[in-house]
Design a protein around this ligand. Structure first.
Ligand SMILES: [Zn+2]
Length: 292
């Protein structure tokens, strides 16, 4: 069975450490789509997407997890997101001249925001500096800072496939043997840190986990599918135009004869002709009134 476009959870029989492994291929091709990103940018976006699936799967509630990196380097903006059902989408805004740049300098000096939007409840955002030469160590820093859970994250992308492995120590039960748990974590974390990019991208998950942890009893759970998907809609496009405002929207309409909202994430176009523009702002006039 191919492990492409799947996420699998695993745990160690003693229950103190959990793991997640993901590989995306067709879904990555759909995200990269018609963008023609330079190779290094495509690899960075692939790693970010794999990371969002892994990090989203660690949430204790249903919700969406997004990564947004901003930088004055060759990649001005990088966005990757995974929904609670592992629908992924992403986008990069690339400056001219990014083509010859390597992965470690793409986001130099930028910041990375991790946004968690629960299905119910308040949005949470954590921000970490992009001060390492790769995405994975910056995200490990986030886990150490925000969740205080020791985490090892390995990411890889060759432009066609992206993959990731996350290993995380679980919180200790009261009265547990903390020194024993720490030693155990250090052993397993050190093994996980030896994962090579080629193994992560090529090997069947079972083979990879056996290779890494062959002296351990690892239980691999059923795979969950990962697919490309965008949550944009005509309603959201309408809300965007309302937030831009009537004056500006009508000015665009007068100039172009049509108002066009283009989704960078899935290439969908939402078109608003004259009557549609009128309806947008009629609805606004009714806001707060009685809805008929
Ligand atoms: Zn879209």
């Amino acid at each position: 069975m191919s492990d492409a476009d799947t996420l699998r959870r695993f745990h160690f029989e003693d229950g103190r450490v959990r793991g997640l492994i993901v590989r995306i291929e067709r879904s990555l091709a759909e995200v990269l789509g018609q963008h023609h990103y330079p190779d290094a940018v495509a690899r960075l976006l692939g790693e970010a997407l794999a990371a969002t699936v892994l990090m989203g799967a660690t949430l204790k509630f249903s919700g969406t997890l997004g990564l947004q990196a901003k930088s004055s380097g060759p990649v001005a903006l990088l966005f990757a997101e995974s929904s609670e059902t592992f629908r992924i989408r992403g986008y990069a805004r690339v400056q001219p001249g990014a083509a010859g740049v390597e992965l470690d300098t793409l986001l130099q000096g930028g910041t990375l925001a991790i946004t968690i939007t629960p299905a119910q409840g308040e949005r949470y955002q954590g921000i970490v500096p992009l001060d390492a030469a790769a995405l994975a160590p910056c995200l490990e820093h986030y886990f150490a800072q925000s969740e205080q859970l020791p985490t090892v994250l390995r990411l890889a992308c060759d432009g066609q496939r992206a993959a990731g492995l996350l290993l995380q120590a679980l919180p200790l039960a009261p009265g547990a043997d903390a020194a024993g748990a720490k030693a155990r974590w250090e052993h397993l974390g050190a093994l996980a840190a030896t994962t090579r990019a080629a193994e992560l991208l090529d090997d069947p998950f079972e083979t990879l986990l056996f290779h890494l942890f062959h002296e351990e009893a690892v239980r691999l759970h059923e795979p969950a599918p990962v697919a490309f998907g965008c949550s944009c809609s005509r309603e959201r496009a309408s809300a965007t135009l309302r937030s831009i405002g009537e004056q500006e929207t009508r000015a665009v309409f007068r100039e172009q004869g049509l108002v066009r909202i283009h989704c960078e994430l899935c290439q969908q176009e939402y078109l608003f002709d004259g009557p549609a523009v009128d309806r947008l702002f009629e609805t606004r006039a009714e806001d707060g009134g009685t809805f008929h």
